[in-house]
Write a protein that binds this ligand. Structure first.
Ligand code: NAD
Length: 508
């Protein structure tokens, strides 16, 4: 196996170099930051991490570029995003393959991730003509009261390994049409996809005559991110990753009165009620729980099933789980690729041990799939029946473990559902309108995303994306999420010859 693994790694390395060249990115000079493929665990390339000086220069360049960019009319700024969308469309397969190589996503999901980038670009282009402010009736005669949205400044984007390119696009497409400039610190696990995106955006800028300095890329681990977090020239820090990261980042940004947009971990659940279409529910559950090898922030991690349907539902889910093909994400028919690295695997095994100690019963899965080399970590998605929502169930383990619990009364099910520290995504499966509406009501799901009869993952870009509680409260992508990337000015214009004061105050 070892010789085969080494050969495969060599082939993947050559392929990576070809893809990078195809995307116009010069393969990096070797350095101390390795880019590994979870397919074999081998190294694809290495590159030098950004130094303190590099980060300082990148922020300085973005800050200078902002001074011009903010005054370019928004519909003209959209030309840059339009060109980026065209390049992404042209290079969709190459960029998707690079995502597969670096993050281990199956081809269909990697292509979907690039599609999401194109979708948000289109949204941003339309948005460039809709950055609306309101006009409010003034209480004073001869006065106009209105608000204007202005560009905010430099946006620092910190992103996670599991959506190495889409999260960047969500932030960058909106930030650019909003008149901001961007400094991106991708996950240290996915530096090559980041290099490819940066290259495409710089090329788009050059082709439309925009300043390429509107986008900066810095590479490295947490300490590189910290420089971005602490720099007062960075007006907004948009950070996607674990709750642990958010706990460090948020107070530091707050200490300098900067703005933070946090997209942190989730612990997403589905409630399955007696009237649910069980075939549909099972299909939705399997995609949400096992897709992306359980490494989505919206992955379904908890199932809360009515006792009257738990048997038939879990039978369906377990049957589907047993048929899932786990393996090389480049192979056709494979639905579950590798975990990102050994930590992902060890975290999963430790969570499974704790669940069993708490009285959990393993229905199926959980074991490592061998044959890909000792540094590659493939697992069968696990389904575990739990007697209660114990501590391990309340945590996010970033791997494919689905904990199933039962309920008898919908109020208790919703309480169990909301009884975790995270609040990202949620679903309810039912054909009963009362139950559906209850779940979406003020005393229903406490998450940022609440769905009926579809799973917790796979959001469209048109809606606002994000969650409550430890998920961080940020909203990205569609709806009016753009407001986080701009500053609001309230304007009162007096076009009369009088000077009436608000609240009827007399000062004479
Ligand atoms: P992570 O927290 O380890 O890293 C995320 C990013 O933060 C990386 O770029 C990392 O270098 C950086 N970072 C870490 N500590 C930092 C610090 N102290 N200062 C500055 N930067 C720091 O997360 P990960 O393992 O890459 O991704 C998985 C996690 O991300 C999961 O918890 C998942 O739920 C979450 N996630 C959330 C969303 C969302 O939209 N809510 C989307 C994707 C992933």
């Amino acid at each position: 196996t070892q010789a085969l693994t080494e050969r495969t790694t060599r082939e993947l390395r050559d392929r990576t170099e070809m893809l990078l060249r195809g995307l116009g990115a010069v393969p990096p000079e070797p350095g101390s930051l390795p880019a590994r493929t979870p397919i074999t665990g081998g190294e694809l390339a290495s590159l030098p991490p950004s130094s303190i000086i590099d980060v300082d220069l990148a922020i300085g360049a973005a800050d200078r570029a902002f001074r011009e960019w903010r005054s370019v009319p928004a519909p003209q700024r959209a030309a840059l995003v339009r060109r980026l969308a065209a390049l992404l469309t042209e290079h969709q397969d190459e960029l998707a393959e690079l995502v597969t190589l670096e993050a281990g996503k199956i081809t269909a999901e990697a292509r979907g991730e690039v599609q999401e980038m194109i979708d948000i670009c289109e949204f941003a282009i339309g948005l460039s003509r809709q950055l609306y402010g309101r006009t409010m009736p003034s209480e004073r005669p001869g006065h106009r009261l209105m608000e204007t949205w202005h560009p905010l400044g430099v946006v620092g984007v910190i992103s996670a390994f599991n959506f190495p390119v889409a999260v960047w696009a969500w932030n960058t497409a909106l930030a650019l049409v909003c008149g901001d400039t961007v400094v991106w610190k991708p996950s240290e696990t996915t530096p090559l996809t980041a290099l490819a995106c940066h290259t495409l955006l710089r090329r788009a800028a050059m082709e439309v005559g925009a300043d390429p300095e509107v986008h900066q890329l810095i590479q490295g681990a947490a300490e590189v991110g910290t420089r971005l977090v602490d720099d007062p020239r960075v007006a907004l820090v948009s950070a996607t990753g674990s709750v642990r990261m958010g706990r460090t980042v948020a107070p530091r940004v707050a200490a300098r009165f900067g703005r933070c947009l946090l997209e942190l971990g989730g612990n997403n659940a589905a409630i399955v009620t007696p009237s649910a279409d069980l075939d549909l529910a099972a299909r939705a559950i399997v995609f949400a729980a096992a897709g992306t090898a359980g490494q989505r922030c919206t992955t379904m991690r908890r199932l809360i099933v009515h006792t009257s349907v738990v048997g038939p539902l879990l039978d369906r889910v377990a049957a589907a789980y047993r048929q899932l093909r786990v393996g090389n994400p480049l192979d056709e028919g494979v639905l579950v690729g590798p975990l990102i690295n050994s930590q992902g695997y060890l975290g999963m095994q430790s969570a499974l041990r704790r669940a069993l100690e708490d009285g959990g019963e393993l229905v199926c899965g959980g074991e490592r799939v061998e044959g890909f080399g000792e540094d590659a970590f493939y697992v069968r998605p696990a389904l575990v029946r739990m007697p209660a929502q114990t501590a391990v169930v309340r945590e996010e383990t970033f791997a494919p473990i689905l904990y199933a619990m039962t309920y008898n009364d919908l109020d208790a099910a919703i309480e169990l559902h909301n009884g975790v520290p995270q609040g990202l995504s949620s679903s309810l499966f039912t054909q009963d309108q009362r139950e559906a509406e209850r779940f979406l009501a003020a005393d229903g799901s406490d998450c940022g995303i609440a769905n009926i009869n579809i799973g917790t993952s796979g959001a469209e870009i048109g809606g606002a994306f994000g969650g409550e509680k430890e998920t961080g409260g940020g909203r990205e992508s569609g709806s009016d999420s753009w407001k986080a990337y701009m500053r609001r000015a309230t304007n009162t214009v007096n076009y009369s010859t009088e000077l009436p004061l608000a609240q009827g105050i007399r000062f004479e």
